[in-house]
Design a protein around this ligand. Structure first.
Ligand code: UD1
Length: 497
């Protein structure tokens, strides 16, 4: 678990790692290579190690070189079974299905099973593969698939929630080694899918239209080994930008592709976060640094998570943490995973005011979050709780951070390098800070205090930084003694505390 002492503004520079969601399908595609594959900027994450273990059982050997790059090489192409014990640890294991069928023509891959962010069917993956001529049945929790021939065809991959990221990768992989031409309509446009396609092209595939919903694939007989650099992780970049904004810090996030983050940048600016893109080359897709300055005032907004180029569902939880501290009422909807709200009750434990209203959550901004013990439910929910913890007053304990380690490379070290105080400790009660421990026989007297509290706040509309008094609910409206230094502010309207 993490023990966080919150309330310190982040300051400094931090570099973004390679994208997990690009690295995973690209590693899986090494199954298709007739030669060694070298991948640079593969992040060192639990999910990456889980996939390396699965690939090992499928006859692909991998090792990290001294310079950090990941080498993969097929040493045995007779294995076709992706076992439940490995697949259940990570849904992205389904990415081996397309490459196995493309190269070995048979695959038995466990269904990934349930997930905390909602239903995650793979019907579109199977629809696309069937269209290419794959014979598929699902038995005993396994997808059992065989393709004596793969034939190019026209495939529509859209579903009720838009297109599918890993499904597009699976169909692209099979189409790359199919006979003739395949067109995919309503393909996922996420930068990670485009990176996957670029890797296949580096191996000798012929794919056009990457980054658009219309892909054209001319099948080839064979794919060679290749070298490839993974794109920077736009979700990690967004998480760090939001962390800086929430703590009113000054942080430069290095190694980002601003065009991959357009929706995030736009939304942060709308909320009032001063954001500057630095040292970007001529090309719109070139890498840059993004600097966040402390915001004078953060205001509510309406956020809908959508498929790319919309606001990513993978930053919805982190945005909700930020909106908890924005003046006014925000509305958050997730159109990709409509039930992805497991972080809501945990953020509420930290003092956020959030109400579920059908497919949306209404976030009523508060002046300050306050530390508490909370539980992570999935990868991005954990990130949201860590951000809330570093912005909150006092101690926060975030349990089940193994979710976080799946997708972030030592996030606490990166945050600490910017001045945060996040400690990774064993999850035992002795490690919970005293300030968060309550004995039922002797509850802390402080819990019942109704003393008003003085905090610093910025009110640019009425002029500069001021110290204000926040009345606890039981004394709100009661006349307080005069104090020339301190101003009493009525927060009973749009900013409950
Ligand atoms: C990928 C990402 C994940 C991200 C998600 C959406 C990886 C390894 N994971 O997951 O981090 O949150 O994209 O951007 O890249 N759907 C169907 N039928 C299908 C497949 C999907 O209805 O066959 C639905 C899903 O339930 C969801 C939506 O389509 O509502 C998008 O899912 P999808 O793009 O497939 O997500 P993943 O590829 O699993």
């Amino acid at each position: 678990m993490f023990v966080i002492e919150g309330g310190k503004p982040l300051n400094g520079r931090v570099r973004v790692s390679g994208a997990k969601n690009a690295a995973l399908p690209i590693m899986a595609a090494s199954i298709m290579a007739d030669g060694p594959v070298t991948l640079r900027d593969v992040p060192d994450l639990v999910d990456v190690r889980t996939l390396a273990d699965l690939l090992e059982t499928l006859g692909v050997r991998s090792d990290r070189a001294v310079d950090g790059s990941l080498n993969l090489q097929v040493v045995d192409d007779s294995c076709i079974v992706a076992d439940y014990e490995l697949v259940r640890r990570m849904r992205a294991s389904i990415c081996v299905l397309g490459p196995l069928l493309a190269r070995r023509r048979r695959a038995i891959v466990s269904l990934p099973g349930g997930c905390n962010i909602g239903d995650r069917p793979i019907d579109l993956h199977l629809k696309g593969l069937r269209a290419l001529g794959v014979d598929i049945r699902v038995e005993h929790g396994y997808v059992i698939a065989e393709a004596s021939r793969l034939r190019g065809t026209n495939i529509f991959l859209g579903g009720s929630f838009g297109s599918t990221v890993t499904g597009t990768c699976n169909v692209l992989a099979a189409a790359a080694l199919a006979e003739g031409v395949t067109t995919i309509e309503s393909a996922a446009c996420e930068p990670e899918v485009a990176d996957f396609g670029r890797f296949l092209n580096a191996m000798g595939a012929r794919i056009e239209g990457l980054g658009t919903p219309f892909l054209r694939i001319e099948g080839v007989d064979q794919l060679s080994g290749a070298e490839h650099s993974i794109i920077p992780d736009r979700i990690e970049a967004a998480t760090l930008l939001i962390a800086a904004a929430m703590t009113r810090g000054q942080v430069t996030v290095e190694n980002v592709c601003p065009t991959h983050l357009s929706a995030v940048i736009e939304k942060l600016r709308e909320i009032g976060v001063p954001l500057f893109i630095e040292s970007q080359g001529e090309d719109a897709t070139s890498l840059a640094d993004i600097r966040v300055e402390p915001a004078e005032r953060l205001t509510a907004t309406v956020c809908s998570a959508l498929a790319y180029p919309g606001l990513p569902t993978d930053v919805q939880a982190q945005f909700m943490s930020l909106l908890s501290l924005c003046e006014g009422n925000s509305v958050v909807t997730d159109k990709v995973f409509p039930d992805r709200f497991m972080h809501v009750p945990e953020l509420v434990r930290l003092g956020a005011q959030i109400y579920r209203e059908g497919p949306s959550a209404i976030v009523s901004g508060v002046v300050q979050l306050r530390g508490a013990c909370v539980m992570a439910s999935d990868l991005r929910a954990s990130a949201a709780l860590v951000l809330a913890g570093i912005a909150a007053k006092g101690h926060t304990v975030v349990r089940r951070i193994y979710h976080l380690d799946r997708g972030y490379d030592r996030l606490e070290e990166r945050l600490n390098s910017l001045g945060a105080n996040v400690r990774r400790v064993t999850d035992i009660v002795e490690n919970v800070p005293d300030s968060l421990k309550l004995s039922h026989t002797t509850p802390s007297a402080a819990m019942f205090t109704s003393e008003p509290e003085t905090i610093s706040a910025s009110f640019p509309t009425t002029g500069g930084d001021r110290r204000i008094r926040v009345d606890p609910p039981q004394s709100a409206g009661v006349e307080q003694p005069a104090d020339s230094q301190i101003e009493k502010v009525d927060l009973s309207g749009t900013r409950p505390e």
